[in-house]
Write a protein that binds this ligand. Structure first.
Ligand code: GAP
Length: 543
């Protein structure tokens, strides 16, 4: 059973060292997260797989790592100073601060034409606070999403040292277009790829690492002759969709969505989103935009831009003239991709049937939980309905539904109902004995590739051979760990939960013939392979 709620993923991430709330020793800082020992490996693997696919495996791409802090003029001429903002209104009654364009669209059934139309609707009391229903709303104001800081030892308070934390990595690529073109002697079409941090003072961050104020982007700017842009756009939509598929993302959880005209950013002629079916619903994973020649022209010296030192253009040998290339931009989030791969890989599975007695006991408790949830007063009607129907269907389907009970036991709304304590008391033990949590991550993404165990940790010969094997695998470039802190079954479970594709057990036969047991995470099948050939065999499976 895949993860049905984000809480399940958050809980696994905290429990197993993927992601921790940031600054937790001081009570945290809302919507900021730190990647732990396994999370950093997973995210690095996502970024590595992306780089390999879009830079190393292609003939028409170069890489770049531009600075986060840039001349403020970059953001003036890119249009971000003037337009990278959301219109916000304040509710005078309940102090909520909703996005005014969203309220307008939801309540009037169409998108507003601009700030004046939104404010006219607020003035005419045609818009109401989505939280409390009051029509006492302040005029909407643009709220710029760029974080400011200042350079230099003295802040004179006059904005002379003002710089922004970049809100997208893309501008670092545009302003380096000429440098890459000249030094790498490229011809159109060619692209530049970059991975790096971006910062946005998001008004509504949330859904774990899905929307945060500090995040990483994996962006490509692909330069083409004007007129060749639409075909290049289609090529990148197909390429990027395939990339997620090749790394194991399930086709039914990935879709392509065309952005409406009103959604388009100020620079885009067309934009297509790749969306993933996250537990909270279909949401953007990556945007693939046609940015035309907007950015290269914006950063070129002209009557509109007297500050630029030159022009960002290309001499076309075939046409014997200068032209400004069009740009296709596949822009992905490294954190969102990591979260999507985690959600997609997650499974709670039944590995053996609990006894009839245990199932009956649990069924009774879950039914009693459903009744309590149904009687609960003051609970949001939708949440109540969800808890009751989930509990009823779990109770009716036990023992097959035991993996779904794990999700219910981790549901924060369910925890607020007293009977859940009893369900957990009995359920956790039965679930531990009969189910397993597995991350079916693609072997190239898994934080650890292989774990090596000695059958007995108090036998020096087994320990020595297992440790030696771990070192050999590591030397061969595989991420390997040694573990002897539990019985083999328990160690398998621990590795399943973090997505390690292969576990190796060194036993007494290994001492005689150098063969070891290799256990596959997904099929749970075991095979004997020779230890000296293991690194080559597993490396082959990683390709
Ligand atoms: N250069 C184009 C650009 O920045 P975007 O759609 O605003 O376009 C691209 O961002 C991708 O960056 C998104 O598809 C998403 O994966 C990621 N992203 C954007 N804002 C984010 C946030 N607040 N938190 C996490 N990821 C974010």
């Amino acid at each position: 059973m895949p993860a049905t709620s984000l809480d399940t993923i958050v809980s696994l991430c905290k429990r197993r060292g993927f992601v921790f709330p940031s600054s937790s020793v001081y009570g945290g800082l809302g919507s900021t997260w730190d990647y732990g020992p396994l999370g950093v490996e997973l995210k690095n693997n996502v970024k590595r797989a992306w780089w390999r696919s879009v830079v190393h495996e292609r003939e028409d791409m170069e890489g770049l790592d531009a600075a986060i802090l840039m001349n403020r003029l970059v953001w003036k001429y890119s249009g971000h100073e003037a337009t990278f903002s959301d219109p916000m209104t304040d509710c005078r009654a309940c102090k909520a601060r909703p996005r005014a364009d969203h309220v307008f669209a939801a309540q009037k059934g169409r998108d507003p034409k601009g700030l004046p139309e939104i404010n006219a609707a607020i003035e005419a009391k045609e818009m109401a606070c989505p939280k409390c229903g009051s029509k006492d709303l302040t005029p909407a104001r643009p709220f710029n999403l760029m974080f400011k800081t200042s350079v230099g030892p003295v802040d004179l308070g006059d904005e002379s040292g003002l710089v922004y934390m970049r809100p997208e990595t893309a501008q670092g690529i545009f302003v380096n277009f000429g440098n890459v073109l000249d030094t790498m002697r490229r011809k159109l079409p060619f692209g530049i790829a970059q991975v790096g941090k971006a910062f946005r003072n998001e008004i509504t961050p949330g859904n774990f690492t899905f929307r945060t104020r500090e995040f990483e982007q994996m962006e490509i700017e692909y330069f083409v002759r004007p007129g060749e842009d639409e075909a290049a756009h289609e090529m990148w939509i197909a390429e990027r969709k395939n990339w997620y598929g090749k790394l194991g993302m399930r086709a039914e959880n990935l879709r392509v969505r065309e952005q409406d005209m009103h959604e388009l950013a100020h620079y885009a002629k067309r934009c297509v989103d790749l969306e993933y079916r996250f537990p909270m619903g279909w949401s953007e994973l990556e945007g693939i935009a046609n940015r035309t020649d907007f950015d290269l022209k914006a950063h070129s010296r002209s009557a509109e831009n007297p500050d630029a030192v030159g022009e960002l253009k290309y001499f076309d040998q075939e046409q014997k003239k200068h032209l400004v290339p069009y740009v296709i931009e596949p822009s992905a989030g490294a954190d969102r991709a990591t979260l999507a791969f985690l959600c997609d890989a997650y499974e709670d599975a039944l590995v053996k049937e609990p006894s009839a007695e245990d199932s009956a006991k649990l069924r009774e408790l879950v039914e009693s939980f459903a009744r309590s949830a149904g009687r609960r007063e003051g609970m949001d009607a939708e949440v109540k309905q969800r808890l009751v129907s989930t509990a009823e269907s779990i109770a009716a389907g036990l023992p097959a539904t035991l993996p779904r009970l794990i999700g219910l036991m981790e549901d924060s709304d369910a925890a607020s109902i007293e009977v859940m304590k009893k369900v957990r008391g009995v359920g956790e033990k039965i679930a531990e004995e009969n189910t397993r949590t597995v991350l079916h991550l693609h072997p190239r993404l898994a934080p650890l590739t292989v774990a090596v165990f000695p059958l007995k940790r108090n036998d020096a010969r087994l320990v020595e051979m297992a440790r030696g094997l771990k070192r050999d695998l590591q030397r061969a470039g595989l991420r390997a760990v040694y573990d002897d802190t539990g019985a083999i079954g328990k160690l398998y479970r621990r590795q399943d939960e973090i997505g390690t594709p292969w576990c190796i057990t060194v036993d007494f036969q290994s001492l005689e013939d150098q063969s070891v047991t290799v256990r596959d995470r997904d099929s749970m099948q075991q095979e004997r392979l020779r230890a000296p050939e293991l690194a080559a065999a597993l490396s082959q499976r990683l390709i």
